[in-house]
Design a protein around this ligand. Structure first.
Ligand code: DX5
Ligand code: ZN
Length: 237
C-alpha cells in the first residue's frame, strides 16, 4: 500500500506569509504542500501562478510542491511550473484533450504527473493506460474553485473503485477533508490527504496533520489484517 502523506492546501494560509506558512507546515509534519493554481476560467477564482511558486521554492528548502492545476489548457503551463520547482503537476481530466500525452510531457520535465477528476466525472474516465502511467490520481471531494466547502461523501465510491484497480497508486482526496471526514476517505483507499481549512484554521495544526495521517495508517493496517475472505487476522502468519 502506498504510504500516508498529508498535504496542507496553502489556499487557506496567509498568502502574505506564504514561505513562512510552508515552513511552519513542514515543521509540523507535512511532507507535501498542496498549491492550488486557479485561472479564473476552469474555475471562477484566481490564485497564484509560476512566479509565486518559484519564490516559494527558493524560499523553502526541501519543499515538495504538489501543484493542483485548476486551469484550462493545462498543457500550456508544464514548462513554467517545472522551471518554478514544481515536484508534482496535477491537471484536471475535464480540462485536458489528451491526458496521456500530457502525462508524458510532465514526466519529460522531471515532474511526477497527477490527474484529477471533479465530482461529476466517473472513475472510468481514468482508463487503464492513464491510471498506470500517472503517478497520482486525485478524486475531488468538492467542486474545485474554493476552499472551505462541504465534503461530498458521494465521491468516495470513486476512490474505492480506483484503489481496487490500482492497488499501489498514490490516490489523493481534496476538499472538505478534516478529522471527521478523513476516516471515510482512508477507508475507501485514499493515502494522500489534502486539507486547507482544517489545518490552517486550527490552533494546533501539527495535531491535525498527525490525526489525518494516522487515519490513513489505521485504515491501511485494518485492510492489511483482513484475510482473502475478509476475516480479520487470516492473512497474518
Ligand atoms: C479546492 C481546492 C482545495 C481546497 C481545499 O478547489 O482544490 O485544495 O484548498 O480546501 P478545504 O480543505 O478547505 O476544503
Ligand atoms: Zn486542491
Amino acid at each position: 500500500m502506498p504510504r500516508a502523506i498529508v498535504a496542507p492546501s496553502v489556499l487557506a494560509s496567509d498568502f502574505g506569509q506564504l514561505t513562512a506558512e510552508c515552513k511552519r507546515m513542514m515543521k509540523g509534519g507535512a511532507e507535501w504542500l498542496h498549491m492550488d493554481v486557479m485561472d479564473g476560467h476552469f474555475v471562477p477564482n484566481i490564485t497564484v501562478g509560476a512566479p509565486i511558486l518559484s519564490c516559494v521554492h527558493k524560499g523553502v528548502p526541501g519543499i515538495f510542491m504538489d501543484v493542483h492545476m485548476m486551469v484550462t489548457q493545462p498543457e500550456k503551463w508544464v514548462d513554467d511550473i517545472a522551471d518554478a520547482g514544481g515536484a508534482l503537476y496535477c491537471f484536471h481530466y475535464e480540462a485536458s484533450s489528451d491526458p496521456l500525452a500530457l502525462i508524458h510531457a510532465i514526466h519529460q520535465r522531471g515532474m511526477k504527473a497527477g490527474i484529477a477528476i471533479s465530482p461529476d466525472t466517473p472513475s472510468t474516465a481514468i482508463t487503464d493506460d492513464i491510471g498506470t502511467t500517472a503517478d497520482m490520481l486525485l478524486v475531488m471531494t468538492v467542486y474545485p474553485g474554493l476552499g472551505g466547502q462541504k465534503f461530498l461523501e458521494r465521491c468516495l465510491p470513486k476512490v474505492a473503485q480506483l484503489r481496487a484497480r490500482f492497488p499501489d497508486k498514490d490516490i489523493e482526496v481534496d476538499g472538505g477533508v478534516n478529522p471527521k471526514t478523513v476516516d471515510a476517505c482512508a477507508e475507501a483507499g485514499a493515502n494522500i490527504i489534502v486539507a486547507g481549512t482544517a489545518i490552517f484554521g486550527s490552533e494546533n495544526p501539527d495535531q491535525v496533520i498527525a490525526t489525518l495521517k494516522s487515519a490513513v495508517n489505521t485504515a491501511q493496517a485494518k485492510h492489511a489484517a483482513k484475510g482473502v475472505n475478509g476475516t480479520i487476522g487470516k492473512s497474518i502468519d
